[in-house]
Design a protein. Structure first.
Lengths: 283, 453
């Protein structure tokens, strides 16, 4: 099939917002190689309220690697928090695979009493902001003795409702005939789930995981609420601790923190698109 | 199909890149930890304790004379031999120098001649004065007699003039009264005028005689007064007396010196400090030899810095050290400003002290303060703009766990020596970990590691 020729006007209309969307990334990348003085010269009106307008250069006048060196060789705190973020993310994603995925399969492929009520509660919980459930979560975690541990963030994350919601859509899209054929061939429910449900619904699963990955990387409220020990803080809480006198370092740290999410997005981009499409299709 | 292959490749690359990223992060995690451990300062800490601050003042000095006296001898005698030398210890009566007895005898002879001259001069002066006095008295007597004679003559002349004046006046007035009716007569008038002129002339003569009489009286009175005024004494004889007495004393000294064989001996036991005699030269009018009198004791002198004077006072206990020997029980006798801003300490020593004049010894004065409750080693102190501060290592929760972070605490020093400093109460707690040593530069906020004690 021949590709349709792109409309230049469409490209232009779409290009400008794309540039605006990418601008922060460019800002981070170029700022990582500027020293604090140069950054202060450019965005001083914003940082310190001095007169004039904030400006920016694509290429630093005085490029430097000092921020990179300081980040990678002289900031063990950054790595401590980075791996905390990774542990939290991995724990939550693993939990979603163990609990969320079967839950979505069950809701998508089976009929049972109270299914609508369960599904309704999933929707309601999905829409609730964290602040609503924060206190109840804190009390439960404290009772369980999990307060001020990584599990205090991982455990509630494992049972978030949005990933199952996203997977549900994909599981619903699996043809029933395929499943019936597997059952006819003697496959049990578990086998059907593992051999057919997961492979066929992998797009949804991966898209859910990618979105959850991005969500975990930017988690702020849960760690701030449940983690008192600084040693357990994730990367999302480190960057606000860096003061303005180390602007270049902050930009470099932000850019490095962005890289895993970038790769995850690149990997799961197609699945994300499929997931967004799937969630838009009405039943 | 190509799209799918392309997408698969992108997925693979993205996944591999993510894995590679994690590997790189793991490597740099280890590297940053290693670098942090290398750059983190290792510090030694101590907790403040109770202690007394001891100040030790050390100084080098020497034993000096306590009392110095001069050995005198007659001036201007030729020196034959000098036995004394600076630093030499001499006993009482020991020979210091010998003078030329021949020259001494010659000097004695000259002195005697001078004495004779003075004596004769005094006698001449006395006789001349007597003669002068006699002549003066005679002259005055004669002057008085002349004045008295002149007075008598003037009195006689006045008496005669007064009588003549009286006669002339009587003659005028009697003629006038006798010829009152004939006042218009020319002859009478001429006679009256003539009598009047005569009366006036006699009056004038009488006045002159009176004036001469007054002058003669004054002259006589002065002559009489001059008789009573004593004549100014001539001091030549007295001066000669004094000079003779001086010569006699000098002569006596020379005779005694000759009797002693022309020797100069030490009057006391002591140490020769200076010798002002030279063989072949004449003895000076000042001291021939100066001695440090041992019998009155010695003194030890040392120099200390101005800042050490705060710990040294008169009466403070002193220990002297010499060649491993210790001399205790001494006290500071005096503290006085010296040269170049330093101060001189004087410690008085008995004559029995096992030290000699000129011996070098080191001084030690210890002063211990009261008990301070917050004392830290001096190595813990830092100075900025004249103010002291210390670093306190406090445990803080960080991203890397519990770490020690330095906090600057400004302190006031109550007292300190070269080892310890007493801080004002309340500036730091007794449990505070105060940094006393570090292996690299640190500042407030620095993360540190504690060295094992």
């Amino acid at each position: 099939m021949r590709k349709k020729k792109s409309d230049p006007i469409c490209i232009l209309v779409l290009f400008l917002p794309a540039v605006l969307a990418v601008a922060p990334l460019v800002f981070l990348a170029t700022g990582s190689f500027m020293d604090t003085q140069e950054i202060r010269d450019y965005i001083g009106p914003v940082l310190s309220g001095s007169e004039g307008f904030a400006v920016w250069r694509l290429f630093p006048v005085w490029p430097t690697l000092v921020n990179v060196v300081e980040l990678f060789l002289d900031s063990p705190e950054f790595f401590q928090m980075f791996w905390n973020s990774m542990k939290i993310t991995a724990g939550i994603l693993a939990g979603q695979l163990v609990f969320g995925m079967p839950a979505a399969w069950g809701l998508a492929r089976y009929e049972f009493p109270g299914k609508k009520a369960v599904w309704f509660s999933y929707i309601v919980l999905m829409m609730m902001p964290f602040q609503v459930t924060m206190l109840s979560e804190y009390l439960v975690l404290d009772k369980l003795g999990l307060s001020d541990t990584l599990l205090a963030v991982i455990l509630p994350g494992m049972f978030l409702t949005f990933p199952p919601f996203l997977m549900y859509r994909f599981f619903c899209g699996i043809p029933s005939s395929l499943i019936e054929a597997a059952r006819v061939d003697g496959a049990g429910e578990l086998m059907v789930f593992i051999r057919i449900g997961i492979p066929v619904g992998s797009s949804g699963i991966i898209s859910a995981l990618v979105l959850q990955f991005l969500e975990c990387q930017s988690m702020v409220e849960q760690p701030l609420t449940f983690l008192k020990t600084k040693r357990l803080w994730p990367l999302s809480l480190y960057l606000p601790e860096v003061d303005l006198s180390r602007s270049g370092f902050a930009l470099c740290a932000s850019f490095v923190a962005l890289i895993p999410a970038l790769f995850a997005f690149l990997y799961g981009q197609d699945y994300l698109e499929q997931g967004i499409v799937a969630s838009a299709i009405k039943e | 199909m190509a799209d799918k292959t392309e997408k698969k490749t992108l997925h693979a690359y993205a996944f591999r890149a993510l894995v590679l990223f994690f590997v790189i992060m793991m490597i740099f995690t280890a590297t940053s930890r290693v670098t942090a451990s290398l750059t983190t300062a290792r510090v030694t800490v101590e907790q403040p304790g109770e202690r007394r601050i001891e100040h030790v003042v050390n100084a080098e000095g020497s034993v000096e004379k306590n009392r110095e006296l001069a050995v005198l001898t007659e001036e201007g005698i030729l020196v034959k031999t000098v036995y004394a030398a600076p630093g030499q210890k001499v006993s009482e009566g020991e020979l210091l120098a010998e003078l030329d007895t021949g020259h001494l005898a010659e000097l004695i002879r000259e002195k005697k001649e001078e004495l004779d001259i003075l004596r004769l001069t005094a006698e001449n002066a006395a006789a001349a004065e007597e003669q002068s006095r006699r002549e003066n008295r005679t002259a005055k007597q004669r002057a008085l007699e002349d004045a008295q004679n002149a007075l008598a003559d003037a009195q006689a002349l006045y008496d005669a003039a007064a009588a003549e004046q009286s006669s002339a006046s009587d003659a005028y007035y009697s003629y006038q009264s006798a010829h009152t009716a004939d006042s218009g007569n020319g002859e009478v008038w001429s006679q009256l005028l003539a009598l009047q002129d005569a009366m006036k002339a006699k009056q004038t003569a009488c006045d002159d005689a009176l004036r001469r009489l007054r002058d003669a009286q004054i002259a006589a009175a002065r002559a009489e007064a001059d008789i009573n005024v004593s004549q100014t004494n001539d001091q030549t004889a007295a001066i000669s007396e004094i000079q003779m007495a001086q010569k006699e004393r000098e002569l006596l000294g020379l005779e005694e010196l000759l009797k002693a064989g022309g020797t100069v001996v030490s009057p006391v036991e002591g140490v020769v400090t200076e010798v002002f005699l030279a063989v072949g030269q004449l003895t000076p009018g000042t001291a021939a030899v100066t001695l440090a009198d041992i019998s009155s004791g010695m003194c030890y002198r040392a120099h200390i810095k101005k800042e050490d004077t705060a710990y040294v006072s008169v009466g403070a206990e002193v220990t002297l050290h010499k060649n491993g020997q210790k001399l205790e029980g001494l006290t500071v006798g005096a503290v006085e400003p010296g040269e170049d801003g330093s101060f001189d300490i004087t410690v008085y020593l008995d004559a029995e002290a096992p030290l000699s004049i000129g011996d070098a010894a080191s001084l030690e004065i210890r002063q211990t303060s009261g008990l301070y409750r917050t004392v830290v080693p001096v190595s813990a102190l830092h100075v900025e703009n004249g103010s002291y501060y210390v670093y306190v290592a406090e445990e803080e929760e960080t991203v890397l766990g519990m770490q020690y972070q330095l906090r600057r605490v400004d302190v006031q020093i109550e007292e300190k020596n070269h080892l310890y400093a007493a801080l004002s109460e309340g500036t730091v707690s007794s449990e505070a970990r105060i940094v006393t040593d570090t292996d690299r530069y640190v500042e407030a906020g620095s993360r540190v590691r504690l060295r094992e004690p």
